[in-house]
Design a protein around this ligand. Structure first.
Ligand SMILES: Nc1ncnc2c1ncn2[C@@H]1O[C@H](COP(=O)(O)OP(=O)(O)OP(=O)(O)O)[C@@H](O)[C@H]1O
Length: 385
């Protein structure tokens, strides 16, 4: 947990970088600080590990007033990742990653084992990259080492200052996805600074939108996009916030349309009757265990002998319930599909159509978005196995 209580930072020249700031990052929560250059994000972050001292107010880390904690001991409990990474050029990747365990006096072997584990976790094979030097890595790989190093001593708190700012947009998106996966495993309390609203929305459980030295809005991504607290926030999140909202609105069971459903071993005549009674052009096909198999078009069922199995087609793609609407939209485009099946585990729940997707987006906007969780779910494709 990180708590700011009425924190102000005034620099010697009179600049007020942070003005009476109060907010809390709950345990295991990732809060993004987003705002234009010079609004006080970095100052906020550096006060947490005492690289900068506040002029007034109190900061608590894990219920402890950090003003009363030894700064060096404090920093060893807080992972810190910055844009320039700051790897030691003369040390190998493994040695760099083991820096904090080493400083904490861990045995060399234990530190190196832990470092190797972490490298693996951030997607770098330690047997391939462990003995390399930083200048033998790509920018994205260096950032991964930075993240591994920050996590090596298993600190409860992580500070990240534009950690993916220096890499190109494609690599950045990769690193973000990997970091979300990692965070879902390690559940650190994270303060993440960025000036990129897309990044803030994608990563944050909650976002603090900064104006000059102050937080203009502190809420979930959906709420910030759906109900900006002021014209300043609306302007900052951008005119296309409706689109951005697709990324943070999850598919809910109530959004789905229920098409006719038939089973693999149903006679075609029964399937045809079912389709006719619904006036539908296709039906979803489930197997004996009620798991999704695919679909059958009405003309394949019409006037034929045999069972649905003989004419059923495999489903190309499906999504888990809770996946973001944006994923549904891009899956529809990718597969040139008019609908996507949605599953809960292996259970078929219904289908999302473009019309239903639009209604879901509408619902989310109308709800003014209190506390919609980020759908951190990946596309899964049904294969012909
Ligand atoms: N040492 C300092 N002395 C005086 N003013 C400072 C000092 N460090 C920062 N500032 C000022 O404090 C304000 C906040 O700076 P800060 O670095 O926290 O902003 P930021 O939001 O992180 O910006 P950026 O996105 O550009 O990194 C700015 O006006 C900056 O010029």
């Amino acid at each position: 947990m990180i708590r700011f209580e009425h924190v102000t930072k005034r620099y010697a020249d009179g600049t007020t970088a942070v003005d009476d700031l109060s907010f809390e990052v709950a345990e295991g929560e990732l809060v993004t600080l987003v705002g234009p250059s010079g609004c006080g994000k970095t100052t906020t972050m550096k006060m947490v590990n005492r690289l900068i001292e506040p002029s007034s107010g109190r900061i608590l880390v894990e219920d402890e007033d950090i003003a009363e904690t030894d700064p060096v001991a404090l920093r060893r409990r807080i992972g810190y990742v910055i844009q320039q990474v700051g790897l030691f050029p003369h040390k190998t990747v493994l040695e760099n990653t083991a820096t904090v365990p080493h400083l904490l006096g861990w045995q060399r072997k234990k530190g190196r084992e832990r470092a190797a584990e972490l490298l693996d976790l951030v997607g770098l094979d330690p047997s391939v990259y462990g003995d390399r030097y930083p200048d033998q890595l790509s920018g994205g790989q260096r950032q991964r080492v930075g993240v591994a190093r920050a996590l090596a001593a298993d600190p409860p708190v992580l500070l990240m200052d534009e950690p993916f700012g220096a890499v190109d947009p494609v690599v950045r998106e990769h690193l973000q996805t990997e970091f979300l996966r990692l965070q879902s495993q390690v559940r650190k309390t994270v303060l993440f600074v960025t000036h990129d609203i897309e990044e803030a929305v994608r990563l944050g459980d909650r976002i603090a939108v900064y104006g000059s030295g102050r937080i203009e809005q502190f809420d979930t991504p959906a709420a910030v996009l759906g109900a900006p607290a002021s014209p300043y926030v609306a302007d900052f999140v951008g005119a296309d916030r409706g689109l951005k909202r697709l990324s943070v609105t999850p598919i809910e069971p109530g959004d789905l349309w229920q098409p006719p459903v038939v089973h693999l071993d149903d006679p075609l005549t029964k399937a045809a009757a079912r389709l006719a009674s619904d006036g539908a052009r296709w039906a979803v096909v489930l197997d004996d265990a009620d798991h999704l198999h695919g679909w059958i078009p009405s003309d394949a069922a019409d006037g034929q002998d045999g069972t649905v199995r003989d004419h059923a087609r495999r489903m190309e793609a499906w999504l888990p319930v809770g996946a973001p609407l944006k994923q549904a939209f891009s899956t529809m485009l990718q597969h040139d599909a008019g609908w996507i099946a949605v599953l809960d585990g292996e259970r078929f729940l219904g289908v999302l159509t473009p019309g239903r997707l639009h209604e879901a987006l509408r619902r989310s906007i109308d709800a003014d978005a209190g506390g919609i969780a980020r759908g951190d779910v990946h596309l899964q494709t049904v294969t012909d196995t």
